[in-house]
Design a protein around this ligand. Structure first.
Ligand SMILES: NC(=O)c1ccc[n+]([C@@H]2O[C@H](COP(=O)([O-])OP(=O)(O)OC[C@H]3O[C@@H](n4cnc5c(N)ncnc54)[C@H](O)[C@@H]3O)[C@@H](O)[C@H]2O)c1
Ligand SMILES: [Zn+2]
Length: 350
C-alpha cells in the first residue's frame, strides 16, 4: 500500500493506493459512518462493507442530479445524521460526486471519505476536491470544492468493472502522462497489455502516478485558475464530440487528444512524431484516435462551452510528450483543424 498526502484548503487528504475496502473502518473517525453507494456496487460488494447504514442510489450519469441529492439529504435526515456524522461514498465518479456534494452541503458541511471503485474514479474523479452534479442536461453545473479525508483505491474492486470502463480510465491516465510525465508515458508504451488485463503491479503504479500528477497540479491551483486547466487536455474537442455523437467520454477524450495535437502541430509547438507516438499508445490501449462526427455540430457545442467559460477558449497544447502549456485559441483555429482532419484524415508518421 502506498499513500499520497494532499494539502488542501479544506484540510489534509490522503490517497491510499492498494488499500482494501475491508479496512475502511480504520479510516473513519466515527464508529458508524453513513455509506452512499450505487446499485451495482451495492450488489457486488455489500458483504465487504462495514456494518453501517447504506444509502443506495441508481447507477449512471443520469442519476447525478439534484433529485438524487434531495433523496440523499432526506435519507440522511431520516437516519438522524448530524454535524458529527461521517459520509463515505463507495463507487465510481457518480457516487463520489454525489457524496462530496452532499457532504459539503448537508448541515453546512460534514466530514467524508471515498472508496473509489472504478478506474476513472481512482485516477481522476476521486482526486482533486471537485464535486459537481448536472443541471438540466448541463454537466457539473452546480458543485462544491472540498476534499475527502481519504480516497481508498482498492485494485481488486476493478476486476468486476465492464472492460470498456477500464479503457475509459486509461484514457485519463494517458492524458496525465502526456501533460506531465514522460516516464509514465514510456511505462505505458511497454506495459499496455498488463494495464488492460489489470495486472496488480501495473495498476498500482498507474493509479499512484496518475493520482500524484493530478494531486500535484491541484495543490498548486486548487480553484482552477491556471495550472489546473492542463487537466483539460483533449477535453475541448472531446466534450464537443461527446455531446454530439454516441461516443463515451473516454472515447471522445481519446480522439480529442489527437485533434489537440494536430492543433499544436499547426501552431508549430509540437513535432508530428509526438502526435504519432500518442496515437500509437492510444491504439495499443484499444482507444479510438479518430471518430466520425459532424464538424459544425462539434463546433457549435464548443462555442456553447466557450460561452459558459466567459467567451474565451483556454486550450491545452502539448509541447512534447510530458509537457503542456495553456494558451488562448480562436474558434477559427479549432474549425481549421476539424476541416483538415475531415479532408485529409489522420496523417500520422512515426
Ligand atoms: N469530480 C471530478 O473532479 C471529476 C473528474 C472526472 C470525472 N468526474 C465524473 O465522474 C463520472 C464518471 O465516473 P465513472 O466512470 O466512475 O462513472 P460511474 O460512477 O457511473 O461508474 C461507471 C459504471 O461502473 C459501475 N461500477 C463502478 N465500480 C464498479 C465495480 N467495482 N464493479 C462493477 N461495476 C462498477 C457503476 O455502477 C457504473 O455503472 C462523471 O459523472 C464525471 O463527470 C468527476
Ligand atoms: Zn475526462
Amino acid at each position: 500500500m502506498r499513500s499520497l498526502p494532499i494539502n488542501s484548503r479544506s484540510g489534509p487528504s490522503t490517497i491510499l493506493v492498494g488499500e482494501r475496502l475491508e479496512n475502511l473502518r480504520a479510516y473513519c473517525p466515527v464508529p458508524q459512518p453513513v455509506i452512499i453507494t450505487d446499485v451495482n456496487v451495492y450488489d457486488q460488494y455489500r458483504r465487504m462493507f462495514p456494518p453501517a447504514p447504506v444509502i443506495v442510489i441508481g447507477s449512471g450519469e443520469k442519476e447525478k442530479n439534484l433529485n438524487t441529492l434531495r433523496r440523499v439529504y432526506e435519507q440522511l435526515v431520516a437516519l438522524g445524521a448530524d454535524r458529527d456524522s461521517f459520509l463515505v461514498g463507495i463507487g465510481g465518479g457518480v457516487v463520489c460526486d454525489i457524496t462530496g456534494f452532499a457532504a459539503a452541503t448537508y448541515m453546512r458541511g460534514v466530514r467524508f471519505g471515498f472508496v473509489a471503485t472504478s478506474l476513472l474514479c481512482q485516477v481522476d474523479a476521486g482526486i482533486g476536491g471537485k464535486n459537481g452534479v448536472n443541471l438540466n442536461g448541463y454537466k457539473n453545473m452546480v458543485g462544491t470544492f472540498r476534499h475527502p479525508e481519504f480516497v481508498i483505491c482498492d485494485p481488486r474492486l476493478l476486476k468486476t468493472l465492464p472492460p470498456e470502463e477500464i479503457r475509459w480510465g486509461l484514457a485519463e491516465v494517458v492524458k496525465h502522462a502526456a501533460i506531465a510525465a514522460p516516464d509514465l508515458f514510456a511505462y505505458l508504451e511497454v506495459h499496455h497489455k498488463q494495464a488492460l488485463t489489470l495486472d496488480d503491479r501495473t495498476i498500482e503504479r498507474l493509479v499512484y502516478d496518475s493520482a500524484a500528477i493530478k494531486a500535484g497540479i491541484v495543490n498548486r491551483d486548487e480553484m482552477e485558475t491556471g495550472q489546473r486547466r492542463k487537466l483539460n487536455f483533449g477535453h475541448t474537442f472531446g466534450h464537443g464530440i461527446e455531446k454530439t455523437t454516441a461516443a463515451a467520454h473516454g472515447q471522445a477524450v481519446s480522439a480529442g487528444m489527437i485533434l489537440a495535437c494536430l492543433l499544436a502541430e499547426k501552431k508549430g509547438c509540437l513535432a508530428p512524431n509526438d502526435t504519432a507516438r500518442l496515437a500509437a499508445l492510444l491504439e495499443k490501449l484499444e482507444l479510438p484516435v479518430r471518430l466520425e462526427f459532424d464538424t459544425s455540430a462539434v463546433l457549435d457545442a464548443i462555442k456553447k462551452d466557450k460561452k459558459k467559460a466567459g467567451g474565451q477558449i483556454h486550450f491545452v497544447l502539448l509541447r512534447r510528450i510530458g509537457e503542456a502549456v495553456v494558451d488562448k485559441v480562436t474558434i477559427e483555429e479549432l474549425a481549421a483543424v476539424l476541416a483538415d482532419e475531415k479532408k485529409n484524415g489522420l496523417n500520422l508518421s512515426l
